[in-house]
Design a protein around this ligand. Structure first.
Ligand code: PMP
Length: 404
C-alpha cells in the first residue's frame, strides 16, 4: 500500500465520524471581532482573555522593539539569543511570583507547549514518578511520554485518589502535574489540596496556568494569587500568547530548578530564542495586566461570565430535551456540552450563520459523547455581545428542538 492510499483511508475514517479538522483563514481582526471572507464575526473563541492583542500600545511596543532589536533573535538563548528584553521579562516574572514561590526565578520559552515539554522532560528522569491529572493539556501528556519517568494517571480533580497513589509510591522524586484551569472545561484544579499532598508526600507540584495567568487574582498573577498559595514546591508554567496578548511562555520556580532547566531542557537549549521585539512588547503587556486596564478587563470578565452562565442555564432549562449541559467552569472558559459530533458542528454552523464564531470541540480533544461549544469570553466583550450570543443560541435550540 502506498503512503498516500494509507493516509487517504485514515482521512476517510476521520471524515466518516464528523471529526475532520480544517483551517479557516481570518482576513483581519483581533478578539473579539474577526473578518472572514468579507464578513465580520463576533468571536467567542479566542484565548486573548483581556483583549490585549488589540491594544495599540502593544503594537507600538512591537514596532519599537523591532527598531531596536531587528527581527529574530538569531540563535538559541545560551549562544547569543538572550537579550536584555528577555532578561527583563524573566526578572519581572520572578518578582511577580516571589510571594508565591520563595527564591523564584523565571525562564522564557517560545510557546507554552515548549515550556511544558522542557519542565516535564528535564525533571522527569529515571528516578521520578509523574502523577498526571486525567484532563491535562496535550502538551503535558506528550511531555510525560517523552520523559524517562514512570507515569501514573489520576482521575480528574480526585485528591483522595491521588493521595492513595502517592502513599503507595516508592519513587525517589514525585511530580504532580496538572493544568490549573482545564482548557476544555474551564474548571479549576483543586490546587490547595494538591499542594497539601505535595507537602505531605515530599512531592513537587507542576502547575500549568495557561488559562489563569493575567485572568485570575486581583493583580492577574493567576491561579496562585487567586488561591493564595505559596510554597517552594510550586513549579509554575504560564503562557504569554493568551491573556498577555503576544506569544511565549515561562517557567517560574525555585532558582535551583530553573538553573537545572538551563542545563538539561533539550528543547530550550537546542531551539532559537523568541524574537527580542516580542519580549520588549511583553513588558508593555505586563504593565497593562498589572495596571488599571487589566483590573477593568478582569472586572468586566467576571460580569460577562455571570451574565453568560445565567443565560446558558436558563436556555438549558427552557430546552431540557436537547440534553445540553454546563461544566463547573469558574473562568472565562464557559463550555456548552452538546454531546454528538455532528450536532455540535451543526450548532457552530448555525451560530456562524448568525455572525458568531464559536468553535465546536470534538474527540479526541474531549471525551466521546461530550462534544461541546467552547465559549470563551474576552475582557472587551460588552453586555450586548453576550446577549447576541444568547439570542442566537436560543434560536438554534428552538430549531433543533423542532427538527427532533
Ligand atoms: N497548556 C494549556 C493548558 C493550553 O491550553 C495550551 C494552549 N492551548 C498550552 C499549554 C500551550 O500553550 P501555547 O499555545 O503557548 O503553546
Amino acid at each position: 500500500m502506498s503512503l498516500l492510499e494509507h493516509l487517504n483511508a485514515k482521512l476517510d475514517a476521520i471524515s466518516a465520524q464528523s471529526l475532520k479538522r480544517s483551517l479557516r483563514r481570518a482576513d483581519t481582526g483581533t478578539a473579539p471581532r474577526q473578518t472572514i471572507n468579507g464578513r465580520e464575526l463576533l468571536m467567542f473563541c479566542s484565548n486573548d482573555y483581556l483583549g490585549l492583542a488589540a491594544e495599540p500600545a502593544i503594537a507600538e511596543a512591537l514596532a519599537e522593539g523591532a527598531r531596536r532589536w531587528g527581527g529574530g533573535s538569531g540563535a538559541s538563548p545560551l549562544v547569543s539569543g538572550h537579550s536584555a528584553a528577555h532578561e527583563a521579562v524573566a526578572d519581572t516574572l520572578a518578582a511577580w511570583f516571589a510571594p508565591h514561590i520563595p527564591q523564584a526565578r523565571a525562564i522564557g520559552f517560545c510557546t507554552g507547549y515548549m515550556a511544558n515539554l522542557a519542565v516535564v522532560t528535564a525533571l522527569g528522569d529515571e528516578h521520578t514518578e509523574i502523577f498526571s491529572e486525567q484532563l491535562n493539556h496535550a502538551s503535558l501528556i506528550d511531555a510525560a511520554r517523552l520523559a524517562r519517568a514512570r507515569i501514573t494517571r489520576y482521575a480528574h480533580a480526585d485528591v483522595t485518589g491521588l493521595r492513595t497513589l502517592l502513599a503507595a509510591s516508592t519513587a525517589k522524586i514525585k511530580l504532580i502535574v496538572t493544568d490549573a484551569v482545564f482548557s476544555m472545561d474551564g474548571d479549576l484544579a483543586p490546587l490547595p489540596g494538591l499542594l497539601a499532598l505535595a507537602e505531605e508526600f515530599d512531592a513537587w507540584l507542576i502547575v500549568d496556568d495557561a488559562h489563569g495567568f493575567g485572568v485570575l487574582g486581583e493583580k492577574g498573577r493567576g491561579s496562585l494569587e487567586h488561591l493564595g498559595l505559596s510554597s517552594e514546591r510550586l513549579i509554575l508554567v504560564g503562557t504569554l500568547g493568551k491573556a498577555a496578548g503576544l506569544a511565549g511562555a515561562f517557567v517560574a520556580a525555585h532558582a535551583t530548578i530553573v538553573d537545572y532547566l538551563l542545563q538539561a531542557a533539550r528543547n530550550f537549549i537546542f531551539s532559537t530564542a523568541s524574537p527580542p521585539a516580542v519580549e520588549h512588547a511583553l513588558l508593555t503587556s505586563f504593565a497593562l495586566i498589572d495596571g488599571p486596564v487589566g483590573a477593568a478587563r478582569r472586572a468586566n470578565l467576571v460580569a460577562r461570565q455571570a451574565q453568560l452562565r445565567n443565560g446558558l442555564m436558563a436556555l438549558i432549562n427552557r430546552h431540557p430535551h436537547l440534553g445540553w449541559a454546563l461544566t463547573d467552569a469558574a473562568t472565562p472558559i464557559q463550555p456548552l456540552i452538546v454531546g454528538g459530533n455532528a450536532e455540535v458542528m451543526a450548532l457552530a454552523a448555525a451560530l456562524e450563520h448568525a455572525g458568531l464564531r464559536v468553535p465546536g470541540i470534538r474527540p479526541p480533544t474531549v471525551a466521546a459523547g461530550t462534544a461541546r461549544l467552547r465559549i470563551t469570553l474576552c475582557g472587551t466583550h460588552t453586555e450586548a455581545d453576550v446577549d447576541a450570543l444568547l439570542i442566537a443560541l436560543e434560536r438554534a435550540a428552538a430549531s433543533q428542538e423542532r427538527a427532533a
